[in-house]
Design a protein around this ligand. Sequence first.
Ligand code: PBG
Length: 327
Amino acid sequence: MAFPQHRPRRLRSEARFRDLVRETVLLPRHLILPLFVEEGLEKPEPISAMPGHSRWPASEVFQPAEAAFAKGVTTFLLFGVPAKKDAVGSASKDPDGVIPVALKSLRKHLPTAVLITDVCLCGYTSHGHCGVIGDQGAILNDETLQYLVEMALCHARAGADIVAPSDMMDGRVGAIRAALDLEGMLHTPILSYAAKFASAFYGPFREAAHSAPTFGDRRTYQMDSGNAREALIEMQLDFDEGADMLMVKPAGPYLDIIRLARDTFPCPIAAYQVSGEFSMIKAAGANGWIDETAAMMESLLGIRRAGADLIITYFAAEAAEILRQKA
Ligand code: PBG
């Protein structure tokens, strides 16, 4: 292709042309909004590192959900913070716990919404790790599986449409699938956090969910950021164990992994634009260093272009509102 026959600027010369030939689309239905519910709260508690987001009482969380739903966001990902934490995260399987109560309330207010729950112990354990701990402080893999299974069952029984294990223990997708099937919940899909990297970008979330580890870090179970081939192993295992959808997390710094997932697996691929990615754009926007709205939309379009079908993002409601105005 040679100049002057080819002038790529021709198709950029007007907004009408740009709209006509844009390859990637972003729609409200691609966006999933995370919501935090905390047991024992009487009113929402703003999360200082995540402007616009709060921890909600289970009975009130329908408020932000309804507001987002009105803008076209139909799908929510719920994180629970229990009143009492212990070494094995016992509250995670409580049928009257914060997630079951939130599910019932959300279902009543938004009967057609898709409700996904995060399945992981870190918000429920006193030590903040995603699994149970052995004598030497190691995070035990196989011993943790039963706790995750019970948590997933508890959520599914309470009406979760989809369960999303985020703990990164080996074998948990298969264990959860088998347990759901045994209870006759053959049609409850699993959205697996398959390629989840040990990331500095989870910082604000750990404030939101009070889930920072009290010792050590998550590097013995979450992935090393340098590894792409290993991400294929993780995703293949989860796919083979019965995951219906695979997730890559974080999103922005791992766009190559999203593309790898898209090109390798025929199932839907989700990407999680995590708290740090959100807060950075918010902070730079608040300082007037970038155009926050434009940066938000560009970051989301980039994740879609990389190959994500679905994006879990704290911008879901704001972005859906912008898309609605444009439509
Ligand atoms: C639980 C979990 C985490 C996030 C989602 N599920 C935190 C972590 O692994 O430390 C992070 C989400 C975010 O940063 O927005 N394991």
